[in-house]
Design a protein around this ligand. Structure first.
Ligand SMILES: Cc1ncc(COP(=O)(O)O)c(C=O)c1O
Length: 383
């Protein structure tokens, strides 16, 4: 190992939103999706060099950044992207909101599959659209899109489908066949497919991530792909992400919707992004191995029955675990776990019944996860 993911880094005194949530309380923060690891040395070195330059005027994406991004997408996914298709953004949630505003009219409907990352459910309403949530099914130990229910949910006002691929919070890495079926659904109903692929480089299993737009054909021109180095390389605080929009008219509509309200990307965000895409791979490979270890520890603890009342499906991608705690019959699940020193994300904002699920972020040191599992066992025994 060249990188030390076991090294504890005290984030309590830093500017971390994750670690500021429980001041003065002994609660392990396992909620918001950032990791407790330092960024890859290649990223830190590039940032040092940029800071040493000393001038921080308004930024613009460089030809070199475009070149790195296009080369990365070709190398990792065999996806040929024209640099002109890329729209830089300060965040992916911004991208979801801009996409919701860019197409159709107020009152139009946007489909998504629940449970899902909460901004999928709130972005349409922020932009005077209506969210239509279609629950996924949990069959044979894995979550799947419910195509029959999706067909029933389409109305003349449906404009778009918001996809999370890989999926937060259920950890699915959708197969090429599932994505092709979704592409066919969107094309048949004339929908724009907004595909949030922020977790695409965090696939833990031996499954290839397929950018849905890389399937080609009509879906390529109907897709707004949202990507960022932020989750994989743990630089979300640097606010740099991008949309890939092959269709010129849809790209123009997206840019119009962003005009005047969406700020430029921070110059340090550009630097971190380029360093990650050019030099981050050795670090990413070791990160994936470490996260697999954390995932396996958690899954094996559940499989051995050491967390009675907690169930989960296998996590193919992301560092997030969607824990079904409905069997516990809790009346305030997050408060219960906080009382036992565990700060999980509440499941309800992801579009499920209150107190049935919590989300655990295992992007932490092994020691933190071991301690969290011990606390969880004690919490369940104390009921
Ligand atoms: C699916 C998904 N999209 C977007 C985001 C956040 O993106 P950003 O911080 O760039 O707004 C997250 C963060 O957890 C996420 O899981």
């Amino acid at each position: 190992m060249n990188f030390d993911f076991n090294r504890p880094i005290d984030r309590r005194q830093s500017d971390s939103r994750k670690w500021h949530r429980y001041p003065g309380r002994d609660i392990l923060p396992l909620w918001i999706a950032d990791m407790d690891f330092a960024a890859a040395p290649a990223i830190v070195e590039a940032l040092h060099a940029r800071v040493d330059h000393g001038v921080f005027g308004y930024g613009a994406e460089s030809a070199s950044l475009h070149e790195a991004t296009v080369a990365y997408l070709a190398r990792r996914y065999g996806w040929t992207v024209d640099p002109a298709w890329i729209v830089w953004l300060p965040g992916l949630v911004t991208g979801l909101n801009v996409a919701a505003a860019a197409f159709g009219e107020p009152g139009d409907e946007i489909l998504c599959a629940t449970p899902v990352y909460p901004p999928f459910l709130t972005a349409p309403a922020n932009q005077q659209r209506r969210t239509v949530a279609v629950p996924m099914t949990r069959s044979g130990g894995r979550w799947e899109l419910d195509f029959a229910a999706l067909e029933r949910a389409v109305t003349p006002r449906t404009r778009a489908f918001f996809l999370c691929s890989p999926h937060n919070p259920v950890g699915r890495a959708f197969t090429r066949a599932e994505l092709a079926q979704l592409a066919d659904f969107c094309v048949r109903h004339g929908l724009v497919l907004v595909s949030d692929e922020i977790h695409c480089d965090l696939v833990l299993d031996d499954v290839a991530h397929v950018p849905v737009a890389a399937l080609g054909g009509e879906i390529a021109s109907r897709t707004i792909t949202l990507m960022a180095p932020s989750k994989t390389y743990n630089v979300p605080g640097l606010g740099c992400s991008f949309a890939v929009i092959p269709d010129a008219a849809r790209r123009a509509a997206f840019k119009r919707a962003a005009q005047g309200t969406v700020p430029d990307v921070n110059v340090l965000g550009y630097v971190a992004c380029e360093a990650a895409l050019r030099h981050g791979e050795p670090w990413r490979q070791e990160l994936l191995a470490y996260l697999r270890g954390n995932r396996d520890l958690l899954e094996q603890t559940v499989a051995r029955g050491e967390l009675p009342g907690v169930s989960m499906t296998h996590i193919e991608a992301t560092y997030l675990a969607w824990l079904d705690v409905s069997a516990l019959g809790l009346t305030n699940a997050t408060a219960f776990f906080e009382q036992h020193g565990l700060g999980f994300s509440d499941g309800a904002p992801f579009g499920v019944a209150k107190d049935t699920h919590v989300r655990l972020n295992f992007g932490c040191t092994r020691a933190t996860l071991v301690e969290a599992l011990a606390r969880l066992q004690r919490a369940l025994a104390a009921r």
